[in-house]
Design a protein around this ligand. Structure first.
Ligand SMILES: NC(=O)c1ccc[n+]([C@@H]2O[C@H](COP(=O)([O-])OP(=O)(O)OC[C@H]3O[C@@H](n4cnc5c(N)ncnc54)[C@H](O)[C@@H]3O)[C@@H](O)[C@H]2O)c1
Length: 441
């Protein structure tokens, strides 16, 4: 892997040495907090705020014993990391993945703090995870482990305290089980509001119209705001995607509806390409039925190297973290890299892309549509309201446009790249609230 000598890594090193925390240049949390701290330095933020933000407030770890269908027992490790709540209740998804680690969850929680601040949502940042391969267990087993995880988290989550949502490996069904479990524990007088314990629920059970497509939809609104300024017209672009799950497949369908063309996709099963363009709707159905893009009949199979080298206008990582490292960045040929996934680009890869003249649009801006519509769902649950999709989309568009414009203005004001600008805009809001509230005691 590439050695990190960016200003971001230097910023993180300074704070970690002061805190006598162990660090590793290639560690995702170290790299991500480094970028945030670099932005904090640009703003000349007080040192104590840098210290506060450099570690999460709480890191909860639980172990969930669950009996499997064959009668054997397994112990699953769960995490909930609460990074910061100065702006409001902790908010962030729950990920189910067999290789999840604490530092990954810490990183995602930190990014949620930044994302909610940038979108001006009344939330702090958190993230949770369960170390499990959801594809390797039955639905009944998945339900049991989800209910056990919810019970184990207990009062560490709550509709006014910490509100989970779907992420990689979880979906509306997972949220329905979590909500039902939590409601069963709730006092009878709070059972109605207890539904707000999670967002991303099924529509019939307190979910919001437009939540499933929200992250992809928000990303399209960001692109519509920013791309014309750099001479790119969304109605005629080619794009490639890493990941064809919720975020990837909705992004593809919505970009296709605007007139852009999907050329290549890489997911956990392999990579596919078509010079003539891949039909995003048909591919979504195929992935739903088979579990991955490999074998899709109307495209040719390509290698991972060929995928990264495919020339496109927009390159969109929408899978896991650090999937674009320096070696990949050297191969990528695009005009804009759009971060739909969280933390998909390593710092050295980003620097290389920027040096090549490729614009990099940061995740906390591009993928904030999910948490924004989650906020709308939470708000509807609290007010016993049901908004239709047109209203949700209209309000989502307003939030995404405002955030994109703010990032652009901040980039000009501070003469920095878009990632620094997105963190700086978020930190400004957090800094203002800390200045008003002070730091207890
Ligand atoms: N779901 C949301 O609302 C939401 C909101 C904001 C950000 N995100 C972020 O977007 C990203 C994707 O989330 P999602 O909800 O679409 O997850 P998902 O589980 O629906 O899909 C994940 C995708 O990643 C692919 N993938 C996994 N491992 C891979 C590998 N090694 N190589 C290539 N592809 C691989 C899978 O094949 C799948 O297509 C994550 O970074 C997540 O944190 C999701």
């Amino acid at each position: 892997m590439d050695k990190c000598d960016t200003p971001a890594c230097q910023s993180a090193r300074e704070i970690f040495e002061e805190l006598e925390e162990y660090y590793d240049d290639h560690n995702l949390y170290f790299q991500t907090i480094g970028s945030v701290l670099e932005a904090a330095s640009l703003l000349e933020m007080p040192h104590q705020l840098k210290l506060i933000l450099s570690q999460p407030k709480n890191e909860v770890m639980v172990h969930c014993p669950v009996q499997m269908d064959d009668g054997t027992w397994q112990l699953f490790k769960g995490y909930r990391v609460q990074h910061n709540n100065v702006l409001g209740p902790y908010k962030g998804g729950i990920r189910y993945h067999e290789e999840v680690k604490l530092d990954e969850v810490k990183t995602l929680a930190l990014l949620m703090t930044m994302k909610c601040a940038l979108a001006r949502l009344p939330y702090g940042g958190a993230k949770g995870a369960l170390k499990i391969n959801p594809r390797s267990v039955s639905q009944k087993e998945l339900e049991r482990v989800t209910r056990r995880l919810t019970a184990a988290l207990g009062n560490n989550i709550g509709p006014d305290y910490d509100i989970p949502a779907p992420d990689v490996g979880t979906n509306a069904q997972t949220m329905a089980w979590m909500a039902d479990t939590y409601i069963n524990f709730a006092e009878s007088s709070t059972k109605v509001t207890a539904r707000g314990i999670v967002t991303g629920k099924p529509l019939e059970f307190g979910g919001s119209a437009g939540r499933e497509k929200a992250t992809g939809q928000g990303l399209v609104y960001v692109l519509e705001t920013l791309l014309p300024g750099i001479g790119i017209d969304l109605s005629a672009q080619s794009f490639s995607l890493i990941g064809y799950g919720n975020v990837g497949s909705w992004t593809a369908r919505l970009l296709q509806a605007k007139g852009s063309e999907l050329r290549a996709v890489l997911d956990h099963t392999g990579a596919i390409f078509s010079e003539a363009g891949i039909n995003a709707e048909k591919l979504a159905t195929y992935v739903q039925e088979t579990g991955g893009v490999t074998g899709y009949p109307d495209a040719q199979k390509i290698s991972e190297d060929e995928f990264y080298s495919t020339p496109v206008d927009l390159f969109i990582p929408a899978a896991l973290e650090q999937m674009v490292d320096l070696e990949h960045a050297k191969k990528i040929q695009c005009r804009v890299l759009v971060e739909a996934a969280n933390a998909p680009t390593t710092p050295n890869a980003e620097r290389h892309l920027l040096d090549k003249g490729i614009e990099v649009l940061p995740a906390i801006l591009c993928n904030a549509g999910g948490v924004t519509v989650s906020y709308f769902e939470w708000k509807q649950n609290r007010q016993s309201e049901t908004w239709d999709e047109t209203l949700v989309d209209k309000r989502l568009k307003k939030v995404m446009r405002r955030s994109a414009e703010l990032v652009l203005e901040t980039a000009v004001e501070l003469d920095c790249n878009m990632r620094m600008a997105s963190y700086a805009a978020a930190l400004k809001r957090i800094g203002k609230v800390y200045a008003m509230r002070g730091v207890f005691p």
